[in-house]
Design a protein around this ligand. Structure first.
Ligand code: MGP
Length: 198
């Protein structure tokens, strides 16, 4: 796994004709990686979290997704994140501090890959009405059950979270209930249940 951060220069090769002009996204996004099983015993959470690539074109996205960022390539306890550039995938980040997350579990790797890809495309394609509320998405491979979590900024804004939750279920094509938990609750007590359900 590459562990150095690469800032995109915005171009994909030399642009010589109109057909080769990269398709610029609405904003920059960053891929992150974590593997908590590699964290030293007793080390603080986040020690193994790495910022990997920042991109802002469709072409870079497909290249990164194809070659690296598929959850089925992760070993147990690995996480991939795609967050808006400038936001760290941590409760401590000022944009996340007052936020929370919708979570979907998956028992099959193929299923996780498909839901992850649909979510990434919806995010970079700005498909959410409350897109400004979104921080990013995390895919986690765990021994028990894989999961996907969509992080948002303002947990108490129930209307915005419900709209995002409904839209996300459409995007990943699931009908099961999903729940939204506040980071504040998770910080205090890992066993606290979600506050909203959709
Ligand atoms: P988690 O996000 O609840 O689930 O984090 P995870 O990592 O899937 O858990 P697992 O048991 O299935 O592996 C679990 C724990 O990691 C939390 O209880 C915290 O101790 C720590 N942790 C997770 N996050 C996202 C953060 C964070 O953003 N900041 C800090 N300080 N600790 C975190």
């Amino acid at each position: 796994m590459v562990e150095t951060e690469v800032e995109s220069s915005g171009g994909v090769g030399e642009v010589s004709s109109e057909t080769q002009i990269p398709h610029r996204l609405e904003r920059k996004w960053t891929f992150w990686f974590d593997n908590q099983s590699k964290t030293r015993q007793g080390a603080a959470w986040g020690t193994s979290l790495r910022k990997l690539y920042t991109f802002d074109t469709v072409e870079e996205f497909w290249c990164l997704y194809d070659q690296i960022f598929r959850p089925s390539k992760l070993t147990a306890n690995g996480d991939f994140h795609m967050f808006k550039a400038g936001i760290e995938p941590k409760w401590e980040d000022p944009e996340c501090a007052n936020g929370g997350k919708w979570t979907v579990t998956s028992s099959r790797k193929q299923n996780l890959d498909a839901m992850w890809l649909e979510t990434l495309m919806a995010l970079i394609g700005e498909q959410f009405d409350d897109g400004e509320e979104i921080c990013g998405v995390v895919a986690s491979v765990r021994q028990r059950q894989d999961k996907l979590a969509l992080w948002t900024k303002t947990a108490p804004n129930e209307a915005a979270q419900m709209s995002i939750g409904r839209k996300w279920k459409d995007v990943i094509d699931i009908t099961d209930k999903i729940t939204y938990s506040f980071h504040d609750d998770s910080r205090r007590d890992k066993s606290v249940r979600g506050r909203y359900t959709v």
